[in-house]
Design a protein around this ligand. Structure first.
Ligand code: FAD
Length: 281
């Protein structure tokens, strides 16, 4: 077994091609999975991406914000650079505890594809893209498409996630992330919501929301359904929106909550998020 520590993307891609190692970043998901399943930890090389310079960069472009794959949750909530994406900062601040936040990378949260992953939820609401590099070149895929199901993604052999890209229209406008869990610390989401809303409570220009932990992967409504947000945001409208998101969810029953309870929490949290945002409009 070798622990490979490339310093550049070129070096990382070469090592991935030649030695077919398992990709690691913060290791917070990998090593928990490895404790559960021996097959996930034996007889393989590891490619540690934490020191790859290109994956640590954050760049503001004309058309959006690009966040390097290895940027950690602590870096996201702790830096003013990210004050234009407060919903992502709020999600980053609730991941695990401090020790986990210091290691947990944004790309790791996406690639692990847990239905309850927190940072993925604002990314899906933002219509963010996963940017990937491989031996055959680079490509971009919307986060919502890249995650194909619980713990499943469209990552191809020989590919690395290089960054997450958030489009300009989502930056610096009112937004919020809410998570419902049992302990409010070092816990897993029972339901989570990210809402982005442009306009005022009297006249919403457009809004979009993503729901986490209430379906095999975080989901949004389709563009036609999202039009329901537009116009005056009154209590009747909120009831309809809460119902719609609840109906679109397909949660499971597990040790944390029943499917029924989760479905009702979806509606409650959409309404709560909208009221909290509307108060600041
Ligand atoms: C105690 C504890 C509490 C936690 N609490 C939360 C929580 O509250 N909310 C939450 O969302 N998560 C939580 N997690 C899960 C975890 O911390 C996050 O999912 C984290 O963001 C994963 O990032 P990582 O860098 O540690 O990924 P790793 O464990 O290094 O990797 C995870 C997966 O991503 C792949 N991967 C990583 N980087 C790349 C890349 N650049 N390209 C391609 N594939 C890549 C790896 O191969 C692996 O399959 C918790 C974990 C622990 C141990």
């Amino acid at each position: 077994m070798a622990w490979l520590q490339p310093r550049s993307l070129t070096e990382a891609l070469e090592q991935l091609q030649e030695r077919k190692p398992r990709i690691a970043c913060g290791g917070t998901d990998l090593f928990v999975n490895g404790q559960r399943r021996e097959s996930e930890r034996t007889g393989m090389d590891w490619l540690d991406l934490r020191n790859v310079a290109e994956l640590r960069e954050v760049s503001r472009h004309e058309d959006g914000l690009e966040i390097g794959a290895a940027v950690t949750a602590a870096e996201i909530w702790g830096s003013d650079t990210f004050s234009i994406v407060p919903a992502l900062q709020q999600a980053a601040q609730i991941v695990g505890g401090w020790q986990i936040q210091n290691r947990a990378s944004l790309a790791g949260n996406v690639a692990n594809a847990s239905p309850a992953a927190d940072m993925v939820v604002p990314l899906v609401a933002y219509r963010a893209e996963v940017r990937l590099a491989g031996a055959d070149g680079s490509r971009s895929v919307p986060v919502e498409e890249f995650i194909t199901g619980p713990k499943q993604t469209g990552l191809r052999k020989g590919e690395i996630i290089t960054s997450l890209f958030i489009p300009e229209r989502m930056l610096g406008i009112p937004q919020i992330f809410l998570r419902y869990d049992q302990r409010a610390a070092t816990d897993i989401s029972i339901v989570s919501v990210a809402l982005v809303l442009q306009g005022s409570a009297g006249q919403v220009e457009w809004a979009t929301a993503a729901i986490g932990a209430a379906a095999p992967k975080p989901f949004t409504l389709n563009a036609e359904e999202e039009h329901l947000w537009n116009g005056e945001l009154n209590e009747d409208k909120l009831e309809q929106l809460g119902d719609l998101y609840s109906r679109r969810s397909s949660p499971i029953t597990d040790i944390r909550a029943s499917a029924e309870y989760r479905r009702s929490l979806v509606g409650t949290h959409i309404k709560r998020a909208a009221r909290l945002l509307a108060g600041n409009l």
